[in-house]
Design a protein around this ligand. Structure first.
Ligand code: HAM
Length: 437
């Protein structure tokens, strides 16, 4: 018989694995809510057009796309950003600003598989619309850091690399480059960390040899690792836009410092991000050891809402992926084993015991307790074994003798201590017991 397997790069979640993922989602949701972000959702299947020429060549090449039965060109979403721009753009005038939204969902990219990268993965996306100044970046970088810290990760475990595509544009523009050349250089910078000098082929193939003086300046610029070094590099260039950018940098870094988050953030002009729509600050989170691919990435994309048919609306956002993040938590021993067992397990003798237990089981569940019982009759010993393996704190015992006397035996499974409780007092007793620890 043929055995069916998951497609390469797709994941199955057995309950113990899903418990870990649900725990991650729960803490991300909680954290976003403490920052005042509202949750939204959207379709996983979208018109192909939404991503064409908007997300960038790399993502376009990785799309899972097909023609549906109605002849529409469609794609499984590779990211949330174009979709959320459409949602916000369609109601931009009715929404109270700043618009702070988040979502958790599944995404699809036909990527080469490697550790921490799959073809189907989840992202937590958070975005702010309607705020042009670096205050939006402050809020988002703080949220990103808190989404990782909430799990017990510290500055020894991860950091955020902060850069600025706008600054790169102004700098290369001030050196006399036109926009197509600037874009080619930025693609080379994006690939430089992985491919070294070979990354500049994207430039030389289009525009011929790269002037050695220009290359030196690009290399020097991408090596910048502090605001002081940045200021030093720009000191001789009289350009108002560059001066305004530096003022934004100071505002952003000062605010993060005041929040006590400066130790998580490193200036790193080597980051420019591969996605085509970013227009300003960009940032990526990595593990400190450098073993893993990026944990998260984001930045400002002030033109995208309008490009997708909405009004002009400034925007910044980021996404954390669940795969590298789960690997990091496991590496650090921070992924809790939290498959939740019941609070109460019922041990039942015969039909009379079963009927007596049912009333209590239903009442306890309606009151919010997690209650399990054996679906079929079996020996007491077997039921007690199941009770202790279930992780329950209490066993409720409905033996023939107890049922006849209108009582239930309540056993504390950890202490192995038993008390008898009148049947109408069971719910009260369970509640008092569980809330006392
Ligand atoms: P991204 O850098 O393409 O940005 O993805 C963000 C994160 O999603 C990555 O850092 C990584 O953790 C995870 N990720 C991406 N691709 C894969 C994959 N194939 N397998 C596993 N994890 C993956 C974006 O998607 C932007 N739309 C983020 C954004 C939101 N920018 C503004 N708002």
């Amino acid at each position: 018989m043929a055995t069916f397997q998951t497609l390469p790069g797709f994941r199955e979640f057995y309950p113990e694995d899903l418990a870990g993922r649900s725990h991650i989602f729960r803490l991300w949701r909680q954290t976003a809510s403490t920052f005042g972000f509202a949750e939204y959702d959207a379709p996983v299947l979208e018109p192909l057009e939404l991503y064409k020429a908007k997300s960038g060549d790399e993502i376009e090449a990785q799309l899972f796309s097909f023609t549906d039965k109605g002849g529409r060109e469609v794609a499984l979403r590779p990211e949330m950003t174009p979709t959320v721009c459409r949602l916000v753009g369609a109601r931009a005038n009715a929404l109270r600003r700043p618009i702070k939204w988040f979502s958790i969902g599944e995404f699809f990219r036909y990527e080469r598989m490697q550790k921490g990268r799959g073809r189907c993965f989840c992202q937590f996306n958070a975005d702010i619309f309607g705020e042009p100044g670096p205050e939006a970046e402050v809020e988002l970088i703080a949220l990103l850091i808190q989404c990782l810290r909430a799990f017990g990760l510290t500055e020894q475990d991860f950091y955020v690399r902060l850069s600025d595509r706008n600054l790169w544009f102004h700098y290369l523009g001030a050196l006399g480059l036109d926009e197509p050349r600037i874009r080619a250089i930025l693609t080379a910078v994006d690939r430089h960390e992985k491919h070294g000098d070979a990354a500049f082929a994207v430039y030389t193939e289009q525009f011929g040899p790269l002037d050695p003086g220009l290359k030196d300046r690009v290399m020097a610029f991408l090596s910048i690792r502090s605001l002081a070094a940045l200021e030093q590099t720009l000191v001789g260039i009289a350009d108002e836009r560059l001066a305004a950018r530096l003022a934004d940098w100071r505002r952003l870094l000062r605010a993060l410092e005041a929040m006590g988050l400066a130790r998580y953030v490193e200036v790193d002009l080597g980051v420019v991000r591969g996605l085509a729509y970013y227009t300003g600050f960009v940032f990526e989170a990595f593990d400190r050891k450098g073993d893993l691919r990026a944990l998260a990435g984001g930045g400002r994309y002030d033109d995208l809402v309008q490009k997708l048919g909405g009004p002009a609306l400034p925007a910044v956002g980021f996404a954390i992926g669940d795969m590298t993040f789960a690997l990091l938590l496991e590496q650090r021993g921070l992924m809790p084993k939290i498959l939740q067992g019941p609070d109460v397990f019922c041990v039942i003798d015969g039909e009379a015991g079963r009927l007596a237990a049912f009333a209590d089981i239903h009442a306890l569940r309606a009151a919010g307790f997690r209650v399990e019982y054996p679906l079929r009759d079996s020996a007491f010993g077997k039921q007690f074994k199941a009770a202790s393996e279930s992780g329950a704190r209490l066993a409720l015992i409905y033996g023939g003798d107890e049922v006849a006397r209108g009582v239930v035996k309540v056993r504390d499974l950890a202490q192995r201590a038993e008390v008898e409780v009148a049947k109408d007092q069971v719910a009260l007793h369970v509640r008092d017991f569980l809330s006392a620890r």
